[in-house]
Write a protein that binds this ligand. Sequence first.
Ligand code: PLP
Length: 423
Amino acid sequence: MNLTERDRQYLWHPYTQHKTAAPPIAIARGKEALLWDENNKEYIDAIASWWVNPFGHSNTFIADAIYKQLTTLEHVLFGGFTHEPAIVLSEKLMEILPNNQKKIFFSDNGSTAVEVAIKVALQYFFNKGEKRTTIVAFENAFHGDTFAAMAASGISFYTQAFQGMFIDVVRIPVPVKGQEEMSYIALQEAIKNNNVAGFIFEPLVQGAAGMVMFEPEALDELIKICQENKVLTIADEVMTGFGKTGKNFACDYLQTQPDMICLSKALTGGTIPMAITTFTQDLFDAFYSDDINKALFHGHTFTANPTGCAAALASLELLQTDAMQANILRVNQSHLAFQKQIESHPKVKTARVLGVIFALEIKTESSASYYGTLRNKLYDFFIENGVILRPVGNIVYILPPYIITTKQLEKVYHVVEKALEIV
Ligand SMILES: Cc1ncc(COP(=O)(O)O)c(C=O)c1O
């Protein structure tokens, strides 16, 4: 039996209807932007394995840092103990985070980073004796699969089985071009009519919705409305963080900074699962008390895992090199050139770019469903042609590792262009 056949015996995959899904492809190895399956077929990883891998697969610089840490101190509990990798990582992150961010809390993945932020928003008001229990979130948001993160997420088929079991969430329109005013008004109404504790958003780009983009000025306005009403703001930078938008964080495009930032995915360069939620001093202070009950009673066994911290430190070092910043710029410029070339294609409705993120929307008669026929046809075509892309309905997006070569990127564009012929 090959790996794909053996997989079927015991494994249950994410976001997969096993009755109808094609068998998974068994990947045997990876190097830089390339992956090879068990039959040695080569693929370009044009989505950086769900947006986690900016510096390439099997990166030896990160691997060496991990090995060194594993043979020094692989793990120690973070309750009552601390260690140098976590301390140095907090210091390094403070150098690049928006300067209102003063405290760092570790967890394991994007969903838990969001879970922590939402719990902090709710407990902040609880600790102050104020009843605020509603969270505001965007339509079609995606914040993860744990319960508070699901509640904040607006893509219904992820969450429909659990409706009625969530914390209170009010949804507002995304301030895409032409819809800004509607979004501001909806936020003001939501705040007026509910006890709103916090507003959570994916800054500038909604990833899972299909790379839906909006302008920093609009987000600044929404944050300002929250600040005027003492509503806490949570930037979920799980996807956008660490260079994806062309700056370290999407929040770097803003004039007004959020109260909390959620980070994961590229944090460890796609190696070890780890997440961070960052906070202002004011938030930390609301939990700082002689009263034990005011503490944040949240934690995970692997909180601040030293090996994860070592991987994150190596990743940060790579991100900050001139060569990596030049890669980000190179990918961005290639995307912009491809956008210019493709946006007038008769089958393209719109094409958009921010940083290393490219997305195009294919013209369809009716709205294409998330995992519908069109999406599957496109996905299969890309795989056949050795490119890993996971379209969202009729939206094809590219979010490659920053180190992807220009030649590989050209192949990705070429395959995307060819795909327009089969739809
Ligand atoms: C913006 C955003 N937040 C949260 C998550 C959840 O992260 P994880 O899958 O690591 O739980 C994702 C995952 O794609 C995401 O894009």
